[in-house]
Design a protein around this ligand. Structure first.
Ligand code: GLN
Length: 474
């Protein structure tokens, strides 16, 4: 049986054409068949069957009743362990549910498992995980490809039909880039729209939860469920959450769409620029007005991000000291020794690199030159967007500078890996929402994504434009 979307499965459920138990069995079977892709860190059939019993008791008007959802293993879940893909949290069992996953549980969703990611969400290929690489389900046999990262497991789970929706987090692109690599929809909402409570912190001023799905309507359904104010996260916004799915409107008549010249960078393939061009033409045809714009500080976004994110990470990850949670090295002779051994053995190479960079840019003597400077540039980048949005409704860009690349490519070159984020980090630094939708393929048939950005809290605008363009491929 194939289920095209959340609404499709819901209608089958409403007509009693399928039971919640059968949904569970279908997805368990599929997940087992795709085991070699290493999409899940945690998968336990019994846990799924236990949920079936609970879900069956819920009233039928629960929006996500019986909908199979995969959860990035960065969200704390009360009934499943949470590792952040790190050895340091290998045996961590949270005693509580994150805000976002609690919302999904309350609406009756069925968690099929916890998905693989880059360790502590640091990466762009889901290859820094302590639990091994995830393989992009779109790979051909002889050429395994990366699913993107850091939420690569979640994007792959949706692409491989192992769930109908998945949670992700996006600090600098970790929802949008894997969505692009796996040919699915991924939205990072406005910073603060979803509470960060219960999500293992990477860079707190940037971290934002969001979702993956098969189409724009499903993304809008999921986002309206997980968004909302939460007192336990002081940066959570207290705004009214619109009914995104009910308000979906593909008409683009009179909308002004900015095309930033700075996103035309060396090294982007002609195919990606071609897809961008096609999308621009389609928007014009649908009545939108195209405006060529400039975001002059974009070129500083990547270096700015790679100062601020590691700085915050070095501080956030100080809590993993062998005392409070998870792993502790066994053969230490003193307290200092215990800290040192625990952190050296518990963290992987990329996480250590970030902690070192972060500690360096925050240290006395370098703080002003790096961290404070980066904060100032961050403000300039955000101001560029404010300026442009005074007469544009949306911005359209490619999502990533390439299609999915081979599994081990860029593995030994962090700078090359960081370049993946060139189109996604500016929006993260500005805190504005962004969506990636699949729009065309490259010569090898791999999906390419395009990205819409808009003002803070204008998710509806983004959903509408994505909904309109999605129709070109129906
Ligand atoms: N690839 C970026 C990084 O490695 C973004 C990660 C993310 O958004 N979590 O930091």
């Amino acid at each position: 049986m194939s289920f095209k979307s959340i609404s499709h499965l819901k209608s089958l459920l409403d007509q009693n054409k399928i039971s919640i138990k059968e949904i569970a069995e279908t997805y368990i079977k599929r997940i087992k068949e795709k085991k070699e892709l290493n999409i899940f860190i945690y998968f336990n059939e019994d846990k799924i069957h236990e949920q079936v019993k609970e879900i069956e008791k819920l009233p039928n008007d629960k929006t996500l009743k019986g909908i199979p959802i995969a959860v990035k293993d960065l969200f704390c879940t009360a009934k499943m362990p949470t590792t952040a893909a790190s050895k340091i949290l290998e045996n961590f069992k949270p005693t509580y549910e994150s805000f976002v996953t609690q919302k999904l549980v309350d609406q009756g969703s069925m968690f099929v498992g916890k998905t693989n990611l880059d360790e502590f969400a640091m990466g762009s290929a889901t290859n820094t995980s302590y639990f091994g690489n995830t393989i992009n389900p779109l790979s051909k046999n002889d050429n395994p490809l990366a699913p993107g990262g850091s939420s690569g497991g979640s994007a792959a789970a949706v692409a491989a039909d192992l769930c109908l929706g998945a949670t992700g987090t996006d600090t600098g692109g970790s929802i949008r880039q894997p969505a692009s690599f796996c040919g699915v929809v991924g939205i990072k909402p406005t910073y603060g729209l979803c509470s960060r409570w219960g999500i293992a912190a990477f860079a707190s001023s940037l971290d934002q939860a969001g979702v993956f799905s098969k189409n724009v309507t499903d993304a809008s359904i999921l986002l309206e469920e997980i968004a909302g104010h939460d007192q336990r996260d002081s940066t959570s916004s207290n705004v009214q959450i619109p009914s995104f799915s009910k308000n979906l409107d593909p008409s683009l008549e009179g909308k002004v769409i900015g095309i930033p010249k700075e996103y035309n960078i060396d090294g982007t393939s002609d195919e990606i620029n071609g897809v961008w061009e096609d999308a621009i033409k389609s928007l014009e045809k649908k009545g939108a007005k195209i405006k060529h714009i400039s975001l002059p500080h974009t070129k500083y976004a990547l270096p700015t991000y790679y100062i601020i994110a590691p700085a915050e990470a070095s501080s956030n990850l100080a809590r993993y000291d062998g005392v409070k949670y998870g792993f502790r090295a066994s053969d230490a002779k003193s307290l200092d020794d215990m800290y040192e051994l625990t952190r050296s053995e518990g963290f992987g190479k990329e996480v250590k690199r970030r902690i070192l960079i972060g500690t360096y840019v925050l240290s006395a003597g370098y703080y002003d030159a790096y961290y404070i400077k980066a904060q100032k540039v961050r403000k300039l980048i955000a101001n560029d967007f404010v300026e442009v949005f005074s007469d544009c409704d949306l911005i359209l860009t490619p999502t990533a500078p390439s299609a999915a690349f081979p599994l081990n490519e860029k593995q030994d070159d962090p700078i090359k890996m960081y370049l993946n984020d060139v189109f996604t980090v500016p929006a993260s630094l500005a805190g504005i929402p962004g969506i990636s939708i699949p729009y065309g393929n490259d010569k090898q048939g791999l999906p390419l994504g395009i990205q819409f950005l808009s003002k803070h809290y204008h998710e509806q605008e983004i959903f509408n434009a994505a909904f309109a363009l999605e129709k070109d491929y129906e």
